[in-house]
Ligand binder design. Structure first.
Ligand code: ATP
Ligand code: MG
Length: 569
C-alpha cells in the first residue's frame, strides 16, 4: 500500500525533500520505524559553514521526527587526522546548538569488524590483493565510455590473498606496495565498481586512537556504509558528490545486511558553496599553515570557529541555512545572504553604544570646565526591556573625523564651519572655529553648544538635520578595532583556473585601527561574546585576545551592505 505523501502535504508540513523521504520511510515502517542519522566529519580540519549545513540537516531531521543523530568521526586516514580537530569539532557542533548525547563514535572503533569483513570477502573470492602501483591501477581504470582492464593479480587464489593481506597488516610491506581491492566488474558503467580499493597500507603515521595496531586502513567507500550499518544508522545523509558512490555504498552494506530487515540508506543534497569563499579543507589548511590567516579561527575564515570569533551568532547561521534550503542541484549562494542574516540577528540583540574609530577632538567653549553630565542612552530600541545606560558628557569630546568637512558638498548634513549638528542623546553644537597644525591638518574644532537642546528635556524640540555619535574625551577608553572584509577579492575563487587561489586573496581583508575611543560602558561590558552595535558604524564583539588592559574589538559586520552598493555602480 502506498503511503507516499503528496507534494501538497509535504509543503503543508514544511518538509524539504530529504525530510519527505525520511517521513515516508517512517510511515512505511522501514527499519522497525527507527530513525537514526549521523554527522560524519573527518577530523582533518575545523568545521566550516558548509559543514553547518550538513549538521543542521543531520541533527535537524532527527529532532523533527523524534530520532537520534550520532556524531561519528570518520577517522580512517591517520596521515591527516588529529585530536585537536576532534575537540574543535565537538565545540563547534555544541555551539551551533546540537547535541549527540552519548552517541559519539569513531570509524576506527570498527576497524576489527571491517577487517573481518574484508577477510570474509577474500575467502569468498570477492576481494584480492593487487601489487600494482596506484598509477598502474589508475591507468587500467578506463573511462566512463571505455571499460577498464583487469589487473594481472585479479585471479590470485583466496589463500594467497589472505596470506598477503595478513602480511600487509603485519607491516611486512612498505606504504603503497599493495592494496586490497574488491573484485566486482572492470567494465561496469559505474567507475566506482571497477574493483575499488578497500584497504591501503599506512605504516608511517600512528593513528590518533589506535596507535600502531593497524598497518592497513580502510578506504572511505569500504568504511562509511559499514560504519552506518554497525551503528544502526537508518538514513545516511550526505552531499551530491556521493551520488555515484551510492551503488557501492549499497553493495558493501548488503554484504552485512544480507537482505535483512534493516539496511542504511544514503540520501544526497546539494553542498553549500559561498561567493568570495573557499570551502575546501585542503585550501583552508594551506591558508593556516602558510600564515596567510592567523589560524583556523581567524575571523575571516569560513570556519564555525572563525565566525564565532568574529561575532556571528549560531542563530544567524542556522537562519541562513534555513533560508537557502536543501535541493538536488549545485548552487553558489551569495555571502551577502549570510551577512544579511547576521545583521538581522544582531540588530535584535546587540547593545547600542558609542565608539569613535577615527577621533577628532572638539572643545565646547561655552560648556563649564570640569562639569560632567550624564545622558541616558537606550540599550536597544528594538527591545525597550533592555533599558538604558548612562554616558558622560563633558567639555571635551571626540567625534568621527569623517563627520566634519571644511568645504562640504551640498547635501553634507554633518558638521561644517558655522554649521550645527546634534550630538546623539545630548546637545546641539555649532562649529565656531577650525584649529590646524603647522602642516594644515585639522587637529581640533572649537564649538559652542545650545544648553536648551538637551535630548529628552522640555525645550529640546529644535531640530537639525545631522546627528553624530561621540564620546567624552576624559572618560573614553582606548581600544583596538579590527575591520574585516571578504577574504577573497573574486566572486568564485574555486572556479578560477588561471591563478592559484592564494593570489586571489583580498589584500584589504583586515585593517587594524588603534587609538579608537569607546565609551566607558563598552569597556565595562566587554566580556567574551558581548555583542555591541557601535552607533552609526556596525556590529562589534570583543576579540578572543582582548583583555581589560588592551581592548580589542572585531567588526562582525557593517550596518549596511557596502558591497551590494559597490556592485551596482
Ligand atoms: P574532505 O575533502 O576532507 O572530505 P569534507 O568537507 O567532505 O572534506 P568531511 O569531514 O568529510 O569533510 O565532511 C563531513 C560531512 O559534511 C560530510 O557528510 C559532507 O558531505 C558534509 N559537507 C562537507 N562540506 C559541505 C558543504 N560545503 N556543504 C554541505 N555539506 C558539506
Ligand atoms: Mg569528505
Amino acid at each position: 500500500m502506498s503511503e507516499i505523501i503528496s507534494n501538497d502535504e509535504s509543503a503543508e508540513r514544511g518538509l524539504n525533500f530529504v525530510e519527505q523521504l525520511v517521513y515516508n520511510d517512517l510511515r512505511e515502517g522501514k527499519n522497525g520505524g527507527r530513525l537514526n542519522t549521523r554527522f560524519p566529519p573527518e577530523p582533518n580540519g575545523y568545521l566550516h559553514i558548509g559543514h553547518a549545513k550538513a549538521i543542521c540537516m543531520d541533527f535537524g531531521v532527527a529532532e523533527k521526527f523524534g530520532g537520534t543523530c550520532n556524531l561519528r568521526f570518520d577517522d580512517t586516514n591517520p596521515v591527516k587526522e588529529d585530536t585537536e580537530y576532534v575537540d574543535a569539532i565537538r565545540d563547534d557542533i555544541h555551539w551551533l546548538g546540537f547535541d549527540w548525547g552519548d552517541r559519539e563514535y569513531y570509524a576506527s572503533d570498527y576497524f576489527p569488524q571491517l577487517f573481518d569483513l574484508a577477510v570474509r570477502m577474500i575467502k569468498e573470492g570477492k576481494a584480492y590483493v593487487d601489487d600494482q602501483t596506484s598509477e598502474q591501477i589508475a591507468a587500467q581504470k578506463g573511462t566512463p565510455t571505455q571499460p577498464g582492464q583487469n589487473s594481472p593479480y585479479r585471479d590470485r587464489t583466496p589463500e594467497e590473498n589472505l596470506d598477503l593481506f595478513m602480511r600487509m597488516n603485519a607491516g611486512e610491506f612498505p606504504d603503497g606496495a599493495r592494496v586490497l581491492r574488491a573484485k566486482i566488474d572492470m567494465a561496469s558503467d559505474n567507475m566506482h565498481f571497477r574493483d575499488p580499493i578497500m584497504y591501503r597500507i599506512i605504516t608511517k603515521y600512528p593513528h590518533h586512537r589506535t596507535g600502531t595496531t593497524w598497518k592497513v586502513y580502510p578506504m572511505y567507500d569500504f568504511a562509511h556504509g559499514q560504519s552506518d550499518f554497525f551503528e544502526g544508522v537508518t538514513h545516511s545523509i550526505c552531499t551530491l558528490e556521493f551520488v555515484p558512490h551510492r551503488p557501492l555504498y549499497d553493495y558493501f552494506a548488503q554484504e552485512l545486511a544480507k537482505g535483512g530487515d534493516y539496511c542504511p540508506r544514503q540520501i544526497e543534497f546539494n553542498r553549500l558553496n559561498l561567493t568570495y569563499t573557499v570551502m575546501s579543507k585542503r585550501k583552508l589548511l594551506q591558508l593556516v599553515q602558510e600564515g596567510l590567516v592567523s589560524g583556523w579561527d581567524d575571523p575571516r575564515m569560513p570556519t564555525i570557529s572563525g565566525m564565532r570569533r568574529r561575532g556571528y551568532t549560531p542563530e544567524s547561521i542556522r537562519r541562513f541555512i534555513d533560508t537557502i534550503g536543501y535541493t538536488k542541484y549545485e548552487a553558489l549562494n551569495s555571502v551577502s545572504l549570510l551577512e544579511h542574516a547576521v545583521r538581522n540577528d544582531l540588530n535584535a540583540r546587540a547593545t547600542r553604544a558609542m565608539a569613535v574609530l577615527n577621533p577628532l577632538k572638539i572643545t565646547i567653549v561655552n560648556y563649564p570646565e570640569g562639569q560632567v553630565e550624564e545622558v541616558e542612552m537606550e540599550n536597544n530600541p528594538e527591545n525597550p526591556a533592555e533599558g538604558t545606560h548612562k554616558m558622560p558628557f563633558s567639555r571635551e569630546i571626540f567625534i568621527e573625523r569623517d563627520d566634519f568637512m571644511e568645504n562640504p558638498p551640498k547635501k553634507f548634513f554633518r558638521l561644517a564651519p558655522g554649521g550645527e549638528v546634534r550630538l546623539k542623546g545630548a546637545y546641539i553644537i555649532k562649529c565656531e572655529e577650525v584649529i590646524k597644525d603647522a602642516e594644515g591638518n585639522i587637529v581640533e574644532l572649537r564649538c559652542s553648544y545650545d544648553p536648551d537642546t538637551r535630548s529628552g528635556l522640555p525645550g529640546s524640540m529644535r531640530k537639525v538635520k545631522g546627528t553624530l555619535h561621540w564620546v567624552s574625551a576624559a572618560h573614553a577608553v582606548d581600544a583596538e578595532v579590527r575591520l574585516y572584509d571578504r577574504l577573497f577579492a573574486v566572486e568564485n575563487p574555486a572556479a578560477e583556473t588561471e591563478k592559484d587561489f592564494r593570489e586571489l586573496l583580498n589584500p584589504d581583508s583586515l585593517k587594524v585601527l588603534t587609538g579608537v575611543k569607546v565609551e566607558p560602558f563598552i569597556a565595562e561590558n566587554a566580556k567574551q561574546g558581548a555583542k555591541f552595535q557601535f552607533q552609526r558604524i556596525g556590529y562589534f564583539t570583543p576579540d578572543l585576545d582582548s583583555t581589560p588592559d588592551h581592548l580589542i574589538f572585531n567588526r562582525t559586520i557593517g550596518l549596511k551592505d557596502s558591497w551590494e552598493k559597490e556592485q551596482k555602480k
